[in-house]
Ligand binder design. Structure first.
Ligand SMILES: Cc1cc2nc3c(=O)[nH]c(=O)nc-3n(C[C@H](O)[C@H](O)[C@H](O)COP(=O)(O)OP(=O)(O)OC[C@H]3O[C@@H](n4cnc5c(N)ncnc54)[C@H](O)[C@@H]3O)c2cc1C
Length: 246
């Protein structure tokens, strides 16, 4: 991935951490001086002198889930049982880390003429959280549809916030869908099942004409990419980011 503003790893500190869904946490870090990025870009997080490590090392790439207007840089991640995430979870607020970036080009197209469709698989919500908040705050004219797939509402990070954003941005629509409600303890009146062509065409006037952005674990991204192509969308209208490591 290329970025004109790529920098070296800069010192930062953990500001806060919070659970944002079952087994999913958000971490906020101090924004290094001069750090500029576009909504949707990523950073590389380095743990400094971690108490344990493993073969995967002490660096991971994360999407910056917060919009550029905020004072801190937020990431959100599934807390799997790996050395990196055990350290991150236990890390006291104020701990030193290093951040490198920004990188990545999964950013909002400046051309607002075409409808934007975000397809988020699970933790793949992170770039769309940043871009949707940014679009609402800056009152961007883009028409945005966010399709957000999770097994259960319990697993869906930022679900309430993504839905509530509809009241702030009349050009934004959030369509969450749950694929495993039998395992849920919550009531759900929204969509169920995987994101498929039938779901897209119920909300989009012409499912072939928008620009599609897809993010999430590699298997989900590949499946959604194929589905969108099969719906007649041209390759140059599909932007996908696979969260390698899932
Ligand atoms: C452009 C980009 C953006 C990304 N954005 C995000 C983001 O916003 N949020 C985010 O969470 N991640 C994001 N990632 C992925 C992130 O960099 C990590 O790879 C991911 O979080 C996994 O890290 P880990 O420490 O859990 O696993 P690692 O320790 O890195 O393990 C990697 C290997 O072990 C396997 N593995 C480890 N634990 C398990 C398990 N419990 N079950 C099955 N297999 C396992 C993995 O499949 C993989 O092969 C992004 C990646 C890229 C490339």
């Amino acid at each position: 991935m290329s970025s004109p503003s790529k920098s070296h790893a800069l010192p930062s500190k953990l500001v806060s951490k919070q659970e944002v869904a079952e087994g999913t946490m958000a971490f906020r870090f101090e924004k290094p001086a001069g750090w500029k990025y576009q909504a949707g870009q990523t950073l590389d997080l380095t743990l400094v002198d971690p108490p344990e490590t493993d073969a995967e090392g002490n660096i991971r790439t994360f999407t910056i889930a917060s919009p550029p207007s905020e004072d801190t840089l937020m990431i959100a991640t599934r807390m799997r049982d790996t050395a990196f995430k055990r350290v991150l979870k236990k890390m006291p607020e104020g701990s030193a880390v290093k951040l490198e970036g920004p990188s990545g080009d999964l950013t909002l197209d400046p051309d607002a003429a075409r409808t934007i469709v975000f397809l988020a698989g699970g933790i793949g919500i992170t770039p769309f959280h940043s871009m949707s908040l940014d679009a609402a705050q800056r009152k961007l004219p883009h028409h945005i549809f966010l399709f957000y797939s999770n097994r259960r509402p319990e697993d869906a990070a930022f679900l309430d916030q993504m839905q509530a954003l509809e009241t702030q941005n009349p050009n934004y629509k959030c369509i969450p869908t749950m694929t495993d409600m039998e395992k849920s303890q919550r009531l759900w009146h929204g969509e169920t099942g995987m994101i498929r062509q039938g779901l897209l065409t119920r909300y989009l006037k012409n499912a072939a004409s928008p620009i599609y952005y897809i993010a999430g674990p590699p298997d989900m991204v590949k499946g959604l990419h194929t589905m969108v192509k099969d719906a007649g969308v041209a390759d140059d209208s599909i932007r996908a980011e696979e969260f390698d490591g899932y």
